[in-house]
Design a binder for this molecule. Sequence first.
Ligand SMILES: [Zn+2]
Ligand SMILES: [Zn+2]
Length: 346
Amino acid sequence: MRAAFLTGSRQFEVRETPDPVVPEDGLVLKVEACGVCGSDLRRWREGPPAGVDNMIPGHEVSGVVTAAGPRAVRFGIGDRLAIAPDIHCGRCWYCERGLFNLCDNIRLLGITPGYPGGFAEKMALTGEALVNGIVHRVPDGLSDEFAAMAEPCSSVLAAHMKANSGLDDTVVIIGAGPIGCLHVAVAKARGAAAIIIDRSTTRLEMVERVEPDASLNATQMDVVARVRELTNGLGADVAICANPDPSTQAEAVRMVRKGGRVVLFGGLPKANPNTTLNGNLIHYGEIEVVGAFSYHPTAHAMALDLFHRGILPVDRLITHRFPLDQVGQAFATADSGEGLKVIVKP
Ligand SMILES: [Zn+2]
Ligand SMILES: [Zn+2]
């Protein structure tokens, strides 16, 4: 098969490599679509992790089963599957309590060394991935591309469930990338008003595809004051930081009303993960600041169902498609911020 190996910083090598061996208790999938994620971009900029020569990334995957081991459970040849990266251990303190995304021994397909991902023609799914991973059947009629989008959408759904966004809420989203756009779509689907903030005019133009109630350019105004104006002086009910800039987390705290919720959704750069928040606003205003990372497997099934029922406009989020041989170009396009979701079709 052909596969895309990340060999260095911003360096992919697409070449022939032996087909994955069919695991005794697992499957081999012909990959149909694999999304480029913000975390893939970080890995691409840095190159493979220390001590690893090369790796096949890709964790927003859909495909069809082409081979099954004799002891494979749940799925068989011909099944169309959507796959998310997390494989939990099932045994640690968190897993015992069903908090699988916080598993102490979590492994991630396409991310953890030794777990090749979806930027390849084929991909193996071990029995462990079938049992403790996140694998769901693609509903009939849902395209491969949309099925791959269920992965990024799942973490957005989980964040909104955590923030309890809903009718009568104004949700501010800081960061108008593909994830920010998903946040707008999910906020609206849950009945909330959505205000999106970014510094890029290009991104703010693209976000119009998901019809936010207001979009604010942070280079042109005091966004905290503007959010207060738009909410009759009160402040937003929920603010979600979907970007890697710690200063926006401080802004989010200043933007929400008393009793409001701030969700730290985007990771910060590893070299500088510290943030400074106004502790008095949090204390006197009883503001809740929560982290949101990954999701329970049920969120992935929910995303597929919502796409299938047409509740989220996933079709408006995919702007670019590339064949596997152009994976480098796919990453450069996603990195440029000129598109929203970029999909590779091996
Ligand atoms: Zn992702
Ligand atoms: Zn665990």
